[in-house]
Design a protein around this ligand. Structure first.
Ligand code: ADP
Length: 296
């Protein structure tokens, strides 16, 4: 059976309301998966992503991240309807609320910055990590609960990516040496201030939010975990940054402590190492620039 013909039953089971499928329209713009808008005869619409060769639990972990972010109630997040597939000839899939697109309203980035800061202040966990491992793009992201932030970031973030770079033949002896020194001295750089775990989107760049038809921001495609907010803020700054009004609005709600510029560089390194591992050597020099400064 193909996914399209299975959808009415999947939707009936998940929502309790049956309707025939009217249309299935491909949506472009995704990096990895096939995306479609699903319209039913009864007027409801959904957003579907599918992939016959999805990585193990890829869509389930996306659903867990979306649910956690939505539950926090700080910014709009699509409601997950169902995940499944991977047997009976069905591709793996995630089905969620379809977000009608609009144009950023006045104060879009202020609202976004404030909501993002509120998310980081959600004291919903007493350790760093997440309920399950997930993915950063297609890189496995370990999330084992850890009481100490520096230990968590050393082992499950920077150490994990550095090990992968070595295994993938993308590092060199100098990167390995500087990386190890940075790991050894991480406490000096990111040990303070002592902030409790907050909920992070985990991969917030320009392609991972939408603007809905009310002109409000919507978070998609998370690599969610409980961590320190600056680790999330760093990704927003990595490739050109968001509109300049985003940052003062963030600061208003969640003011940064002295030393944040250095910490942000180290948090950016995690994402740059991930890009090195995903996309190759063109990210090597960007990684080395930060490693020389903080591991040298
Ligand atoms: P991928 O996981 O393959 O990177 P995305 O999650 O980025 O796919 O989705 C592909 C595109 O579909 C996005 O660029 C966005 O424009 C659109 N999109 C994502 N989620 C929704 C949604 N819930 N409702 C409507 N459109 C969406």
């Amino acid at each position: 059976m193909n996914l399209e013909s299975a959808l009415p039953e999947i939707i009936r089971e998940a929502t309790g309301t049956a309707s025939p499928l009217r249309r299935c329209t491909p949506v472009g713009g995704g990096c990895i998966n096939k995306a479609s808008r699903i319209d039913l005869d009864d007027g409801r619409s959904f957003f579907l992503k599918s992939n016959p060769r999805a990585l193990p639990r890829l869509f389930e972990s996306e659903a867990e991240g979306l649910r956690a972010l939505r539950q926090a109630g700080c910014l709009r997040v699509p409601e997950v309807v169902a995940t499944g597939g991977g047997r009976d000839g069905l591709p793996h899939f995630i089905l969620m609320e379809c977000i009608a697109a609009g144009r950023p309203g006045p104060g879009f980035y202020e609202k976004f910055g404030r909501g993002f800061a509120q998310l980081h202040q959600q004291a919903l966990a007493d350790q760093f990590g997440f309920e399950n491992d997930n993915y950063l793009g297609s890189t496995p992201q370990p999330n084992q609960w850890t009481s100490d932030w520096v230990r968590f970031f050393r082992r499950h973030r920077l150490g994990h990516q550095l090990k992968m770079a070595r295994r993938n033949g993308l590092s060199d002896p100098q990167m390995d040496r500087l990386g190890q020194r940075l790991l050894d001295r991480l406490e000096d750089w990111i040990g303070h201030p002592d902030e409790p775990p907050g909920l992070l989107h985990g991969d917030l760049w320009g392609g991972n939010y939408l603007c809905d038809d009310r002109g409000d921001p919507v978070l998609i495609d998370p690599a969610a975990y409980y961590g320190r907010g600056e680790a999330d803020l760093a990704m927003t700054q990595l490739f050109g940054g968001f509109d300049s009004s985003f940052y003062p609005a963030y600061e208003e709600v969640h003011p940064s402590a002295p030393g944040s510029q250095d910490r942000l560089e180290i948090y950016k390194l995690y994402h740059l190492l991930n890009h090195l591992n995903l996309f190759g050597r063109s990210y090597f020099s960007g990684c080395m620039r930060i490693l020389r400064r903080y591991g040298g």
